[in-house]
Design a protein around this ligand. Structure first.
Ligand SMILES: O=P(O)(O)OC[C@H]1O[C@H](OP(=O)(O)OP(=O)(O)O)[C@H](O)[C@@H]1O
Ligand SMILES: Nc1nc2[nH]cnc2c(=O)[nH]1
Length: 188
């Protein structure tokens, strides 16, 4: 456990309260790792992490997977430094691996409107993988209005802005070991 896990944090002048503890995160990530290990036994899957937000979740998740597997990353941006989506996805970095005929496990930190996940599954399908499964640590169920394929979900959460465990507010707060939720409405 981290020695510094406060109940509330201030980030860029806004206050956030604890929502998911380090222990809750560890337990759920271990469950997801077990499920993936069973499902992909003998398939040598490639995990594709979506930078920046998914890097902490992905690194913890992969260490809970006990079968041979690989990793690569891509990067998009739709939020910039804001709390609401710009409504457009910008490609910032593609994967380097050849995923043709491979079993792909696409890993996101959060599905909010669903724009990014929808865009990514379409983009990766064009590279002719054998299969694509999606994993997201967090899903804002009521905020999702794009059609999304979600195969593994860590936690369903309300439509409020969250911070920590890889998720930022204007690039800060990714290093928090727990997940915090904004005390006021994100659009205020
Ligand atoms: O479902 P959506 O409304 O598309 O939102 C989800 C996306 O938003 C975040 O990315 P962001 O653009 O904030 O970049 P980051 O991961 O570098 O923080 C997150 O990592 C997802 O990719
Ligand atoms: N940090 C952060 N990024 C997001 N991207 C989409 N929704 C969110 C959110 O609630 N928090």
């Amino acid at each position: 456990m981290s020695l510094f896990n406060p109940e509330t944090v201030t980030c860029n002048g806004e206050t956030f309260s604890i929502y998911l503890t380090q222990q809750e995160l560890e337990e759920r990530v271990a469950e997801l790792g077990d499920e993936l290990s069973s499902k992909y036994e003998g398939k040598n899957p490639i995990f594709i992490g979506v930078l920046n937000g998914a890097y902490i979740f992905l690194s913890d998740l992969m260490r809970q997977v006990d079968i041979p597997c690989e990793v690569d990353f891509l990067k998009l941006s739709s939020y910039g430094d804001e709390k609401v989506s710009s409504g457009e996805v910008t490609d910032l970095k593609d994967i380097d691996a050849d995923i043709e005929d491979r079993h792909v496990i696409l890993v996101e930190d959060i599905v909010d409107t669903g724009l990014s996940m929808n865009y990514l599954v379409d983009k990766l399908q064009k590279k002719n993988p054998e299969s694509i499964a999606t994993v997201t640590l967090l899903h804002k169920t009521e905020a999702t209005h794009h059609d999304v394929q979600l195969d593994y979900v860590g936690f369903e959460i309300p439509t409020l802005f969250v911070l920590g465990y890889g998720l930022d507010y204007a690039q800060e707060g990714r290093n928090l070991a727990q997940i915090y939720i904004l005390d006021s409405d994100p659009k205020e």
